[in-house]
Design a protein around this ligand. Sequence first.
Ligand code: FE
Ligand code: ZN
Length: 236
Amino acid sequence: MKIATILCRAGTMDNYAYIITDEATGVSAIIDAPETFPIVQYCDEHNLRPTYLLNTHHHFDHTDSNLDLKRIYNLKIIGAVYDKHRIPGIDETVQEGDIFKIGSLEAHILKAEGHTTGHILWYFPKEKVLFTGDVLFNLCVGGLFEGTASQMFETLKKVKALPDEVLFYPGHEYTLQGADFAAGHCTDESTLRAYFKLAEERLRQNLPVCPITLGMEKVCNPYLHAETLEELQKIA
Ligand code: FE
Ligand code: ZN
């Protein structure tokens, strides 16, 4: 699986879109559509014609370019059944437990309520890759726009249950926003220092901080420390 990370809405919302390609079949898919130009530019430069657009949730900064990209590539838009009334241009729906194929790649759908009520995660267990949208960022999480704290708690529990080697790809570059908070809640100085060092190096080179392993995130992200709903509510 080849993964391209594309910064969109740079300097304002700092969204990430991703383009994944199944190297065995050449089939590719865009994950979230915050801005048309940078995505099309990448596809042009790399001779890609994506077959699918996979949405994590309905928010405009993830779906604004759905219709543009559909028009340009005649691609199929796949989103959560829970969001079918509010994802622009949606063609096919998926839900918890489904497996969606991108060529030979298999995405497992995890329902992830909290940030919104229809949010899903796109998880590729074989490749050990997880696209988290606005559920999990580097060192922080997405705010509660629609769901409850208890839904968020259940979602984070699901994320924590995934293997430590899984690399996660968030919907925004918010590492610096989360850094101070993480430092204040640090329980493992040396791992946090290693995380900051890696983040600084990547940002200095104008690279995205992601991907980070879930194992490192579980140690450094305060929201993943909460073992009860009450603990999560204290920090959220
Ligand atoms: Fe969002
Ligand atoms: Zn967002």
